[in-house]
Design a protein around this ligand. Structure first.
Ligand code: HPA
Length: 246
């Protein structure tokens, strides 16, 4: 496998186990990235890292420059990309602290710069997104979970919502009827842009709360942060093993 890049989300504005080599602020045709692209070592292997919400978690989901981030990672040599995703759980198998490698996406976002083919380049390509995530990288994530004894749900439909607000209970009921298992705010257009750029992209999702209306109480940041903290070590272990598996 080629060079691995990791896109950090909530709870991962840096990677605790990353041995830092350098960080490069890059120019892209799409404007500024969320942060400089960091090069480092994880599990003894070179990896790239970028926190999608920025170094101070200042960028809300709809303001992230997904195009610039993915373009910069590819220009830096990335072939494989793991997008970390803190999500809400909708269906019964996806309770707080569960790890999942989703296999499908439904995009409910709007108003985001979501394609490289926006007319400016004079070309349009309609990329296939039947399977929105890269099979080889999904397999690799699932194998290292199995080898390291981390329980993981080997599928899941990710509903990508606009945020930054959380959903209403009725919205979550609708997403469940649509077939969503988990809900997050950044999974799209990240996955489809990765496909447009020819990157092998998969998501490693970790559930940090029951989605709205699923637990009998409202969602608090305290609950989200506590569950996030319970996921960090496992997520790092999976990333280190995936980096080392190549
Ligand atoms: N909804 C949307 N995005 C999220 C949630 C949620 O409940 N939890 C973490 N990210």
């Amino acid at each position: 496998m080629g060079l691995l890049a990791i896109i950090g989300g909530s709870g991962f504005k840096s990677l605790p186990d990353l041995e830092l080599l350098d960080a490069r602020q890059m120019e892209t045709p799409y404007g500024a990235t969320s942060a400089p692209v960091t090069r480092g070592r994880l599990g003894g292997e070179a990896v790239l890292f970028i926190p999608r919400h920025g170094p101070a978690h200042h960028l809300p989901p709809h303001r992230i420059n997904y195009r610039a981030n993915l373009w910069a990672l590819r220009a830096s040599g990335a072939e494989h990309v793991v997008g970390l995703a803190a999500v809400g759980g909708i269906t019964p198998s996806f309770g707080p602290t569960v790890l999942s490698v989703p296999d499908q996406v439904i995009d409910y976002t709007y108003g985001r710069e979501h394609t490289l083919y926006d007319g400016a380049s004079g070309e349009v390509e309609h990329v296939d997104l039947t399977d929105p995530y890269c099979g080889a990288l999904r397999q690799s994530l699932l194998e290292v979970c199995a080898r390291n004894g981390h329980a993981v749900v080997d599928h899941g439909t990710y509903g990508a919502t606009q945020g930054p607000r959380l959903e209403t209970a009725a919205e979550i009921r609708r997403y469940e009827r649509d077939g969503c298992d988990i809900v997050g705010m950044t999974g799209m257009p990240e996955a489809s842009l990765a496909r447009e750029l020819g990157l092998c992209y998969a998501s490693l999702a970790f559930v940090v709360n029951w989605a709205a209306g699923k637990s009998g109480s409202i969602i608090t940041m305290k609950e989200i942060e506590e569950n996030l903290a319970l996921c960090v070590e496992r997520v790092m272990s999976v990333l280190t093993a995936v980096a080392g598996a190549r």
